[in-house]
Design a protein around this ligand. Structure first.
Ligand code: ZN
Ligand code: ZN
Length: 343
């Protein structure tokens, strides 16, 4: 695939195709091929946050009082998230260079930056609750834990395939992997952290997780729009074989996410694993819908775990942790789901 040229006076300013197209390289938000991307750009900017603004002193006290099993689950889930966001930073950087559309390239730059912020937040949480040595150990889990390795390899192999060889087919498959990573693979982890928050535990961490979930939701929206546009620009990709690939890959992801839930949450009695399995299928259906495809799972049309959603600022303010004395921001905030949650 052709890298986008930095300077191309022969090409139009508005892109002709998302990849392998013509685009001069200049960015004029008022002259872009997918005008709704300008709204997304603004939403992403308004969602800006950094880990350091969230006080962790209460979490640091509470972590020591968690049950050993809760501590183990906490650490392995942070370890998982750190790997997912690290891969994501690299992947978004890879994709960014091949867009032949300045607005998509620009949004990738912002998404890539947000993935870096997510990564920093995991280091920030760990440095607040465990020793430096233990933090380093947690960042090694992913190399040895077989369940963790399995699920991470599943995505990394598809991303690596695109890094090694770029063509519309590897790009198509990488987009499916992206939607799995950002749209399905975080969710039993979110369940764990929000469940702690339901007991008023580790609220600083949950607030961070909540901001991350809000960001990931927008990233899913972005990559699903790219996926749909790819099929318009390259109708030859719209084959039965490729659509089967989407369903089988998502189904494997649902299995891996469900395994993960059983592996990490079987000692967490307040999370019903059958319910969580249905929830994962419900989320997978939502992602398929976002990609313009039919749902894969029947009987899971309503959200059986409505508490797995970003805490709104109001919900956070209704509880009492150190965070609520934090300074208010002096820039505008948009709603917690920005209207894209139901897409
Ligand atoms: Zn992320
Ligand atoms: Zn993301």
């Amino acid at each position: 695939m052709q890298l986008q040229k930095i300077f191309n006076t022969e090409a139009p300013n508005q892109s002709t195709r998302i990849i392998e197209g013509e685009c001069s390289g200049i960015l004029n938000w008022n002259d872009i091929r997918m005008p709704h991307m300008y709204k997304l750009y603004k939403v992403l900017l308004l969602n800006h946050w950094i880990a350091d603004e969230i006080p962790m002193s209460k979490d640091a006290q509470q972590f020591a009082q968690l049950e050993p099993e809760e501590q183990r689950t906490f650490k392995i889930n942070i370890s998982l998230l750190a790997v997912l966001d690290s891969m994501q930073t690299m992947f978004v950087g890879d994709v960014k260079r091949y867009f032949t559309d300045s607005s998509l390239e620009a949004i990738s730059a912002i998404i890539g930056q947000q993935e870096v912020v997510h990564n920093q937040s995991y280091s920030y949480v760990l440095s607040s609750i465990v020793s430096d040595q233990e933090q380093k150990e947690i960042f090694e889990y992913w190399k040895n834990d077989p369940v963790l390795l399995d699920r991470n390899r599943f995505i990394s192999e598809i991303y690596q395939e695109f890094r090694d060889e770029q063509n519309p087919s590897t790009f198509f498959r990488a987009l499916v992997a992206d939607l799995i990573l950002e749209g399905i693979f975080f969710y039993s982890t979110f369940a764990f952290f929000y469940n702690l928050a339901r007991d008023q535990k580790m609220m600083g961490t949950s607030q961070m997780i909540s901001y991350i979930q809000r960001d990931e939701n927008q990233h899913c929206y972005f990559f699903a729009e790219v996926f749909k546009q790819l099929l318009v620009d390259f109708p030859e990709l719209n084959t039965k074989e490729n659509m089967d690939y989407v369903y089988t890959t998502i189904d494997r992801a649902v299995q891996l996410e469900t395994n993960w839930a059983h592996y990490t949450l079987s000692e967490t009695p307040s999370i019903d694993l059958n319910e969580l399995t249905d929830y994962i299928k419900y989320i997978a259906n939502k992602r398929l819908k976002l990609m313009g495809m039919e749902k894969a799972y029947q009987g899971v049309d309503s959200n059986c775990m409505p508490w797995i959603r970003p805490f709104s600022d109001d919900a956070l303010n209704a509880t009492k942790t150190d965070f609520f004395e934090a300074k208010s921001r002096n820039y505008g905030k948009v709603g917690d789901d920005n209207g894209f949650d139901d897409l």
